[in-house]
Design a protein around this ligand. Structure first.
Ligand code: ATP
Length: 201
């Protein structure tokens, strides 16, 4: 089975961009945040649990996830955030492990915004954190998502773990500041992970 590697970073840090570079090297990427949304919309067991915890309104009449309702119910409420994470995380964990076991690669990447906050890091062999200065992150996201404003981004950032804390818990750090240094950093980590995977064989 492949080594299980996590890649995380705060909003706008560039984790999707860095994951894309790994993917060009042939490494399979599991986009945990997208996959979590898919499971919330499509996994009958998880849907049932979410309805039990947050009410029938969590889904629209045609069975789709009522994102607006859930976001307004959960965002900023620590207790409810914990409840939903505790429902979604085990489903994502099982789905990821099932996916990973079918990949033919020395290692795979699980890309997630909240790798530490959900406890997912404990199920991974190594962790990569993508780190960038706050100012750059905010400017990147404002450019990417023109519908967002700086106050919203600051509220999201306040809820996320700081880069310093993430780096403390990581095995590798990619500094996404100078774009031309991005690929060399990824190549170096890639080589180390390949070597590590070979050691395990
Ligand atoms: P989120 O948590 O919001 O999904 P993310 O950490 O995955 O963010 P990305 O989507 O990779 O971050 O990057 C945020 C934006 O910044 C994207 O539009 C991306 O193209 C751009 N970006 C990332 N890194 C760089 C860079 N080194 N140079 C220029 N643009 C960059």
């Amino acid at each position: 089975n492949p080594l299980l590697i996590g890649i995380t970073g705060g909003i706008g840090s560039g984790k999707s961009t860095v994951a894309k570079i790994f993917s060009i090297l042939g490494i399979p990427i599991y986009a945990a945040d997208d996959r979590a949304k898919w499971l919330m919309a499509n996994n009958p067991e998880l849907k049932g649990k979410i309805q039990q915890a947050f009410g029938k309104e969590s889904y629209t009449e045609d069975g789709n996830l009522n994102r607006g309702f859930l976001a307004s119910t959960v965002f900023g409420d620590e207790e409810k955030t914990k409840i939903i994470n505790n429902l979604v995380h085990p489903a994502v964990k099982a789905d990821f492990e099932n996916w990973a076991s079918s990949q033919n690669s020395p290692y795979v990447l699980k890309e997630a915004a909240l790798l530490f906050e959900t406890g997912s890091y404990k199920e991974l062999d190594k962790i990569i954190t993508v780190s960038s200065p706050l100012r750059i992150r905010i400017n990147r996201v404002l450019l990417r998502d023109p519908h967002r404003n700086e106050a919203q981004l600051n509220a999201i950032i306040d809820q996320q773990m700081s880069d310093e804390e993430k780096i403390q818990g990581s095995d590798f750090v990619v500094k996404n500041i100078d774009t031309k240094l991005l690929i060399p950093q990824v190549l170096q980590i890639h080589q180390k992970l390949i070597a590590l995977a070979n050691q395990g064989k």
